[in-house]
Design a protein around this ligand. Structure first.
Ligand code: R5P
Length: 311
């Protein structure tokens, strides 16, 4: 795919002269946007290299959405460059950040002749592997994975994660558990001190469709027992289909929002304890809490840098 011009909403007029890294392409401002003017047909990779240069120009302000996208991309690229080596079995996570992981892997396969075999964590991941011409395998062939790179919805100070915002947690956790190293890539909005600080949609739980009402009721009882006044468990409903979201594994998802737990109670209920209590309810197949599984997390920042946190 190639582009002739590309528009980036921005608030400040700054000079980006000499920052392009390309002699023929240039850019100009029009109606609050920066327009990349491309003198030749270029690849998606060239376009994103130009974007990276733009965002690193002092004073250049991308839209919030553009910044988050840029942060995801930078985190993904750094993680692939730091952790993926020739000959590895690599788990490919799910979500919008992992798209950049697959793209960077594909670039390295092409440029360096890197030989990696990829294990998907979802239908989406499988298609990412195929679309990027990466070697696809599965857990039946490779029950041991060298490194998995995945996204998250939130990460706390101890590297505990909430995952499953996109409904992919069960396979993700199986692949993570089969991996020597789980590396997480995320943008700066997912970086929290405690889980639930910024992610307000609750803990995603993959549940059996049989008896879902029982699980929902037990979870609501549990949140009351924990002392939450606003906690709520509800089956996730589909948007372009009537009825519930059905996962890649034909199950339902419950988003379990434990709401406004007092700080004191939160200390008594660390993620591991919550995980244990949730797993004791028959019908809950897996939780989106990934407790102490991640080895290192890469957070892309809005200034073009990447911050990491490791165990
Ligand atoms: O179910 C989805 C997965 O757990 C994703 O890894 C998670 O939701 C993060 O996705 P994104 O990178 O799109 O924010």
């Amino acid at each position: 795919m190639s582009f002739r011009s590309y528009e980036i909403p921005t608030q400040h007029r700054v000079s980006v002269e000499g920052s392009w890294g390309c002699d023929s392409c240039s850019g100009f401002y029009r109606n609050g946007s920066y327009i990349m003017k491309l003198e030749h047909s270029i690849s998606r990779k060239h376009r994103s290299d130009l974007e990276t240069r733009l965002v690193s120009c002092v004073g250049f302000t991308m839209s919030a959405r553009g910044l988050i996208e840029q942060a995801k991309r930078l985190a993904a690229r750094r993680a692939v460059d730091d952790h993926i080596k020739d000959g590895q079995i690599v788990g490919i996570g799910s979500g919008s950040t992992v798209v950049y992981v697959a793209q960077r892997l594909a670039e390295r396969v092409k440029e360096e002749g890197l030989n990696v075999t990829c294990i998907p964590t979802s239908f989406q991941a499988k298609n990412l592997i195929i679309d990027n011409n990466l070697a696809l395998s599965d857990l039946d062939v490779h029950s041991k994975i060298d490194v998995t790179i995945d996204g998250c919805d939130e990460c706390d100070a101890d590297l505990n994660l909430i995952k499953g915002g996109g409904g992919c947690l069960l396979q993700e956790k199986i692949v993570a558990a089969a991996s020597d190293k789980l590396i997480i890539v995320a943008d700066y909005t997912k970086d929290s001190v405690y889980l639930g600080e910024q992610w307000k949609k609750g803990i995603p739980l993959e549940i059996s469709s049989i008896g879902w009402k029982v699980v929902e009721r037990k979870l609501n009882d549990l949140s009351i027992a924990w002392g939450s006044k606003t906690g709520l468990a509800s089956v996730r409903m589909a948007i372009k289909k009537m009825g519930p979201v059905v996962t890649d594994n034909s199950n339902f998802i419950i988003d379990f929002n434990i709401g406004d737990l007092e700080e004191e109670l939160r200390l008594k209920l660390p993620p591991k304890e919550i995980e244990v209590q949730l797993k004791s309810i028959p019908g809950i197949l897996e939780t989106g809490l990934f407790v102490k599984m991640a080895k290192q997390v890469y957070f892309g920042q809005n200034d073009g840098s990447v911050k990491t946190r490791a165990q």
